[in-house]
Design a protein around this ligand. Sequence first.
Ligand SMILES: Cc1ncc(COP(=O)(O)O)c(C=O)c1O
Length: 385
Amino acid sequence: MSIDLPFHRAWLDDDEINEVVDTLKSGWMTTGPKARQFEEDFQNYIGCRHAIALNSCTAGLHLAVAVSRFNEGDEIITTPMTFPATSNVLVHERLEPVFVDIEPGTLNLDASRIEAKITSRTRGILPVHFGGHPCDMDAIEDIAARHRLAIIEDAAHAIESRYKERKVGDRHLTAFSFYANKNITTGEGGMLTTNDDDIADTVRVLRLHGLSRDAWNRFGNAGYSHWELEMPGFKYNMADINAALGIHQLKKVERFLEIRKLHAERYDAAFGDVEELERMQTREYATTHAHYIYPVALRLERLKVTRDEFLNAVQETGIGVAVHYIGLHLQPFYRKTYALEPGDYPVATDYSQRLLSLPLYPKMTEADVDRVAGTVRDLVARFRR
Ligand SMILES: Cc1ncc(COP(=O)(O)O)c(C=O)c1O
């Protein structure tokens, strides 16, 4: 089986390539002027006070949790329908992830189920804007305010997303991803946003071992000065080679989104009469959906195959597919460590068996989208009960 229409292909132009070459020729490859520029551009794009460039979104989530003054054993509410990074960082900081079931249609954490999970040890909520559809932040903020809980947002999928009139990332500690398959990419990379000056200072120190000055300042023109170790930190800084990509990717983010949106609408139109496919919904408060992925859920009772058989049948036609996600509550580590049962999260368990993500990216042509849609329609017809 060879895939000729991959699940994702990044859009990189000569701008990105030339900027990387310029970085290499400059002799400064790690965190420096390009990372600073990317931070400023991103800060302006989001409309927040600080954007701190990191080598991944996972690093951003980890630092957000590390600076939030939680204590060992505190409980943080999050979603099981996410990538492991979201809750792994809680485990690393000796916190307890408490999963709340998801909302049908958007696959986001179901805000109406949060309060039932709050205990005397709950200290925070970590929502994930699944697929770029923003979570219901008014509802989450209302609960957080009443129970004095911190909010940290996982916006790995949500660079462009807006909740009502607000940009995701303009209020709470929020982590973004520029991993290779994200809406914009730096190869590997992430950004943490905050409006809090003290938190931003601490994050900047923690991202580079806990040193008092970053390497750029240390070797700058102002004469030699010693660093001091202020706290034991991490190695989470973004290199200029990566930031060089980000500077130009960010300029194109809205153009990319326009194409993603058109492709998503084209899929919607193609699947409008296919009863066997459940399409995702967009709530009114989701004023900008980032369309990171195009998930569909198979109505298995109407089909003769399992999701995995369907997925393999699509791949056999040369089209790449993916699954976002099989819930974390079903993954061996979380299931065993926290004694979780599939029945504890019925909605997430059900979708974990039925979800399939189709290719959605600006490098795809309309003909590519039509090919995928046609293939899926044909397979549904073949496997219909
Ligand atoms: C929801 C979510 N959170 C966090 C991450 C981690 O991002 P990164 O690979 O930049 O660390 C991902 C990566 O795909 C993700 O999908």
